[in-house]
Design a protein around this ligand. Structure first.
Ligand SMILES: *Cc1c(COP(=O)(O)O)cnc(C)c1O
Length: 424
C-alpha cells in the first residue's frame, strides 16, 4: 500500500515483526558478529548485504535513512554526521580533481565556503551562478568537465526559492544531475524528485530533528539519473573499482549505484557517520515532522504579515507573502507552505538591528535555525562574518538582514516579544 507522508513519518524505516521493539532500537555497537570467515568475506566483497562495522552501516542509521528515502520518494539514502558532510559527499561522489560543477550563489554560507574554498584546494572548481540569470547566461557556465549542478530549494538565509524544474532541465541538457539541498521545506512541503532533481541533501540538524539535539545530514538518491548514458563523465560509477575486485557500481547495483559507491568508498575512507544515538534522536524528530512543519508555516505566515505592516521594517523576504518575488515559485513547488524562516531588515543602523535582537525576551540569539524555538540571527555579524559586504550581497545576504526562525510557540506570544523589542 502506498503511504502518505504523515504515515511514513511514523511507520517509514523501522518495521518491527513479532516480539521486536515498537520503537527503533539503538544498535550502539561498532561491530557485528558472524559464524564463519566466508560469511564475513562475502560482505567485504559487497556480495552479501549485512552489517559488519558501523562506519559502513548500522541498523539504526539504516532504518532512519530508509524513512527519509521514503519521505523524499528516493531509492536510497545515506546518513552523514552533519549537513556539511552531506553536501560534500553529494558532490565528491561524482567529482574529482580536475572536475568542475555549478552551484547557485544563494546557498548556505558553510556550503558556499566548502564549494568555493575547500573543494578548490582538492582541485574541484565551482562556478557560482545567480539563479535569476537567464538560461543562456547559465548555459555559458557549463564546461566539458562539469559534473553536476547544485542549489537550495529554499536558500538559507535569503529565503529565495529555486526553480527546480528549470535547473533540472539545464543540468540534464548537459548530461549532469541536479542536486538539491532540501533542508528548509523538508519533504513535507517540497519533493524535488517530482520536479526532476536527481539527488537531494539535507542538514537533518534543522526541521527534521526539530529539537536542536543532534547535528546530522543525509544524501538521498532518486535512482533516476542514467549514469551509463554519460559513462565518460562518471567513470567512478561506470568503470571497475579496483578496491572491490573490479566491480562496476552501475552494473552491480543499478539504481543503487550512487548510494552504494558513497558508502563503500567515501564512508569507508572519510567516515563521517552519525552515532546510532543521534540517528535515534533524529528519528524521534521525524515522527512529528509533518505536525511541526505545518505549525512553523502557519506561525511564520502570521509573523510575516505582522512584520510587513510595521513602520520600523524596511523590507521583508518571505515567499509566502503575495507580492513577494518568489511567491509564484513557492505556490508551484511548495503549495502547503515554505518554511518558518523569514528574512527582514529594520530601518536604521546596523546598531539598531543589534539593539532589537538584544531586547528580545524568549526569542533567543543562536546560530541555529529551524527548530521548535523561535530564534534570530544577524548573518553579517554571525554565520557569514568571514564574507565581505560585496560577497554578502552576491550570496543574497543583505548586510542588514535579520534571519528570524519562527518556532512552534503560541504565535501571539512570538509577535508580542517582537513588538516589545521593536518599540525599544
Ligand atoms: C545548516 C545547513 C547546512 C549545514 O548543515 P550542518 O548540519 O550545520 O552541517 C547545509 N545547508 C543548509 C540549507 C543549512 O541550513
Amino acid at each position: 500500500m502506498k503511504k502518505n507522508l504523515e504515515t511514513l513519518c511514523i511507520h517509514g524505516g523501522w518495521k518491527p515483526t513479532k516480539g521486536e521493539p515498537q520503537q527503533l532500537p539503538i544498535y550502539q555497537s561498532t561491530t557485528f558478529k558472524y559464524d564463519t570467515s566466508e560469511q564475513m568475506a562475502r560482505l567485504f566483497d559487497l556480495k552479501d548485504d549485512g552489517y559488519f562495522y558501523t562506519r559502513l552501516a548500522n541498523p539504526t542509521n539504516d532504518a532512519v535513512a530508509r524513512k527519509i528515502a521514503a519521505l523524499e520518494g528516493g531509492v536510497g539514502a545515506v546518513l552523514t554526521s552533519s549537513g556539511q558532510a552531506a553536501s560534500f559527499y553529494s558532490v565528491f561522489n561524482i567529482c574529482e580533481a580536475g572536475d568542475h560543477f555549478i552551484s547557485t550563489n544563494t546557498i548556505y554560507g558553510g556550503t558556499y565556503n566548502l564549494f568555493g574554498v575547500t573543494l578548490k584546494k582538492l582541485g574541484i572548481e565551482c562556478t557560482f551562478v545567480d539563479p535569476d540569470w537567464d538560461d543562456e547566461r547559465i548555459e555559458a557556465c557549463f564546461r566539458p568537465n562539469t559534473k553536476c549542478v547544485f542549489g537550495e530549494s529554499i536558500s538559507n538565509p535569503g529565503g529565495n526559492i529555486l526553480d527546480i524544474e528549470r535547473f533540472a532541465r539545464l543540468a540534464h541538457a548537459h548530461g549532469v544531475p541536479l542536486i538539491v539541498d532540501n533542508t528548509f521545506p523538508t519533504p513535507i512541503n517540497c519533493r524535488p524528485f517530482e520536479w526532476g532533481a536527481d539527488i537531494v541533501t539535507h542538514s537533518t540538524t534543522k526541521y527534521m530533528d526539530g529539537h536542536a539535539c543532534q547535528v546530522g545530514g543525509v544524501v538521498v538518491d532518486s535512482g533516476n539519473f542514467d549514469w551509463d548514458a554519460y559513462a565518460d563523465k562518471f567513470p567512478g560509477l561506470t568503470t571497475p573499482d579496483e578496491s572491490y575486485h573490479g566491480l562496476t557500481y552501475t552494473k552491480a547495483f543499478g539504481r543503487m549505484a550512487y548510494c552504494t559507491k558513497l558508502v563503500s568508498q567515501l564512508m569507508r575512507d572519510l567516515g563521517s557517520i552519525p552515532s546510532p544515538q543521534n540517528a535515534f534522536l533524529l528519528n524521534l524528530g521525524l515522527e512529528t515532522l509533518h505536525l511541526r512543519v505545518a505549525r512553523h508555516c502557519e506561525n511564520a505566515q502570521k509573523v510575516a504579515e505582522w512584520l510587513q505592516a510595521q513602520p520600523e521594517v524596511a523590507w521583508i523576504n518571505y515567499a509566502g507573502l503575495p507580492g513577494n518575488k518568489y511567491y509564484e515559485l513557492a505556490c508551484k513547488y511548495m503549495p502547503k507552505g515554505t518554511c518558518g524562516v523569514i528574512a527582514f531588515g529594520l530601518k536604521g543602523t546596523r546598531q539598531d538591528a543589534i539593539r532589537f535582537m538584544d531586547s528580545l525576551e524568549f526569542i533567543s540569539i543562536v546560530t541555529h535555525v529551524a527548530d521548535a524555538r523561535t530564534c534570530v540571527l544577524h548573518p553579517a555579524s554571525h554565520t557569514h562574518r568571514q564574507l565581505s559586504d560585496e560577497q554578502l550581497i552576491e550570496a543574497g545576504v543583505a548586510p542588514d538582514l535579520i534571519r528570524l526562525s519562527v518556532g512552534i510557540e503560541n504565535v501571539d506570544d512570538i509577535i508580542a516579544d517582537l513588538e516589545k523589542a521593536m518599540k525599544k
